[in-house]
Design a binder for this molecule. Structure first.
Ligand code: FES
Length: 68
């Protein structure tokens, strides 16, 4: 619960090409058990544009999947 609160508190737009919020990406990773940037792109469109948000998406993947 504490982690969810922290993630919601930090809700920001991660992908400016597609206006995708961190909360949307976190929710997609959790509900669909995503493990790669490509899967996040396929499900949320985040990362499908210029690619400059890919590092941040990877950090969120690591954070949600407990690799940090
Ligand atoms: S900011 Fe995410 S693809 Fe451009």
């Amino acid at each position: 619960m504490r982690v969810q609160f922290k993630l919601m508190e930090n809700d920001v737009i991660i992908c400016h090409c597609y206006d995708v919020y961190k909360s949307e990406i976190v929710k997609a990773i959790k509900t669909k058990e995503l493990t790669s940037i490509q899967e996040v792109i396929d499900v949320t469109d985040a990362g499908a544009g210029c690619g400059s948000c890919h590092n941040t998406i990877q950090e969120i993947l690591d954070e949600v999947n407990g690799k940090m």
